[in-house]
Design a protein around this ligand. Structure first.
Ligand SMILES: [Zn+2]
Ligand SMILES: [Zn+2]
Length: 420
C-alpha cells in the first residue's frame, strides 16, 4: 500500500456529510450577505505571499511549500487565501466588474507545519473579503456574518474576541512603547520573541511559550495607543456590535500573526475542541491592495479552517433526511423487471439500491438493513404474474401490494411523507 502523505487526510463518507453541511450553510449565508464566489488557482508566485502575507511572518519564513518549476519560476502552494483574492481583485478590476466587491472562496491551503489533532499540512478554509469600504459598519457586518455562521453550524460555547491594532500612523509609537516596557526583560523571552522584538514587536503577543506569559501579560495594550481616527473607528465598531446584540470581549493579545492587519482584528474561539481554540479569524487590511500593486483600496475579511469547524460542530443531527429504497428480486425472471424498476425509481429522483450478485432473499434483505433502506420493493414470480410490487416498510414493518404502474409515484409519496 502507498499511504497518503503525512499531514494530509482523506475525507470519507461518514465525515464528508459534515463538510457538505459547512459548505452548504456558509454558501447560503454568504449569498444572503451579498457575496459572490471566486475560485483562484492553488499555485501562485512566491512573491505574492512574501509581499502580501509578509516576509517576516512564520508562514513565509518557515511554512511555505515553495519550489522552482521547470520553467525556472518560483512557485508556491498557497498558504492562505487573502493575497490570492486581493490579486484577483486587482488583476480583473473587480471594482468595476462587480456592483459591490464582496467575494468568498472555499479551498485547500498548504503549510509545512508539525501535524497535530485538527491541524494538517493540507487544510481547508472558507474565506470572505470585502473591498473599498472603510466605514466601521462594514467591520461590524463582517463580524456579524462570522457570528451567524458559527451559530447556524450549531457550535456551542463560541466566544468572540476583538481588538484594534491601529494603523501605520499610530503603530510605530505602540511598537516603541512595547520595547520600552520590555526593557531588559526582552533577553528573558524565548528566541522567537527576541527575533520578533527586532522586526515587529507586536508579534510578541502571538507567543505561546508558557515562561514568557507573565512578561507578555504586563505589556501595554494597543487600544491605549490608537490615533484619533483609529480610536473613533474602534468605538464605532463596538457600538455596532452592541446594537446587534453580539456578545464580545476586547483582547489586547489579539494581534494576529500576519503583517497586513490594520485597525479591527477579531477571532471566534470554541471551547469544545480541546483547549480554547480559534476556529475563525480575520480583520481589516487597509494597505494590502495598494501594496500588491492595486489601487489604494481598503479591505476586510475573515477565514475559518473547515477542519476546525467540523470538529467544533455538535455530533447530533445524524438524520440527514435520506430515505433510500431497496429493490429485491426473487428468481431470474423477476430480476430483469427489478432492474427496470430500479432505473425508473432513480429517474424519478429517488435514491434506490439493488444487490447485483444474485443472492438469497435473506441476504438481500440484510443488505437493505445495512443501507438503512426505508422501504424494500420486492419482486418475485407471484408479483410478476399479478403485475404488482410488494412494498415493505423497513422501519414500521407491514407490507402492501401496489400495482407496477403506480409504484414509482407511490414510493415518491412515501419518501416525501417520511421527511415531515
Ligand atoms: Zn491609527
Ligand atoms: Zn516568546
Amino acid at each position: 500500500m502507498i499511504p497518503a502523505i503525512r499531514g494530509t487526510h482523506d475525507i470519507l463518507p461518514g465525515e464528508v456529510e459534515r463538510w457538505q453541511r459547512v459548505e452548504a450553510v456558509s454558501r447560503r449565508l454568504f449569498e444572503r450577505y451579498g457575496y459572490a464566489e471566486v475560485r483562484t488557482p492553488i499555485i501562485e508566485r512566491e512573491e505574492l505571499f512574501a509581499k502580501g502575507t509578509g516576509e517576516t511572518t512564520d508562514i513565509v519564513q518557515k511554512e511555505m511549500y515553495a519550489f522552482t518549476d521547470k520553467g525556472g519560476e518560483r512557485i508556491t502552494l498557497r498558504p492562505e487565501a487573502t493575497p490570492s483574492l486581493v490579486r484577483a481583485f486587482v488583476e480583473h478590476s473587480l471594482e468595476q466588474a462587480m456592483a459591490s466587491p464582496k467575494i468568498y472562496l472555499f479551498g485547500p491551503m498548504f503549510r509545512y507545519e508539525r501535524p497535530q489533532k485538527g491541524r494538517y499540512r493540507q487544510f481547508h478554509q472558507l474565506d470572505v473579503e470585502v473591498f473599498g469600504v472603510s466605514d466601521p459598519a462594514v467591520d461590524a457586518e463582517v463580524v456579524d456574518l462570522a457570528w451567524a455562521l458559527v451559530g447556524e453550524l450549531g457550535i456551542a460555547n463560541a466566544e468572540l474576541v476583538v481588538n484594534s491594532v491601529g494603523c501605520p500612523a499610530c503603530r510605530p509609537a505602540f511598537g516603541e512603547a512595547l520595547l520600552k516596557a520590555l526593557g531588559e526583560d526582552v533577553t528573558r523571552l524565548c528566541g522567537d520573541c527576541q527575533r520578533r522584538a527586532g522586526v515587529n514587536p507586536l508579534r510578541i503577543f502571538d507567543c505561546k511559550v508558557p515562561q514568557d506569559q507573565p512578561i507578555i501579560d504586563g505589556l501595554p495594550h494597543s487600544v491605549d495607543y490608537l490615533c484619533d481616527a483609529c480610536r473613533d473607528h474602534f468605538a464605532a465598531v463596538e457600538r455596532h456590535l452592541g446594537m446587534y446584540g453580539i456578545p464580545y470581549r476586547v483582547s489586547h493579545r489579539l494581534v494576529r500573526g500576519l503583517d497586513y492587519y490594520t485597525r479591527t482584528t477579531f477571532e471566534i474561539l470554541a471551547g469544545n475542541i480541546g483547549a480554547q481554540n480559534a476556529i475563525l479569524g480575520g480583520g481589516r487590511y487597509d494597505g494590502l491592495v495598494k501594496q500588491l500593486g492595486g489601487p489604494d483600496r481598503v479591505g476586510i475579511g475573515f477565514a475559518a479552517g473547515i477542519e476546525r469547524l467540523v470538529l467544533a460542530m455538535p455530533d447530533g443531527a445524524r438524520d440527514d433526511g435520506r430515505r433510500p429504497l431497496f429493490v429485491a428480486a426473487m428468481g431470474e425472471p423477476a430480476r430483469e423487471s427489478a432492474l427496470a424498476l430500479l432505473r425508473d425509481l432513480r429517474r424519478a429522483g429517488l435514491e434506490a439500491h439493488m444487490e447485483y450478485e444474485g443472492r438469497s432473499i435473506k441476504s438481500q434483505m440484510k443488505r437493505a438493513d445495512r443501507l438503512k433502506a426505508a422501504f424494500a420493493l420486492i419482486l418475485g414470480d407471484d408479483e410478476l404474474a399479478a403485475g404488482v410490487v410488494s412494498v415493505k416498510d423497513m422501519t414500521k414493518g407491514g407490507q402492501a401490494r401496489v400495482s407496477r404502474d403506480a409504484v414509482v409515484n407511490h414510493c415518491r409519496a412515501l419518501v416525501a411523507g417520511g421527511q415531515e
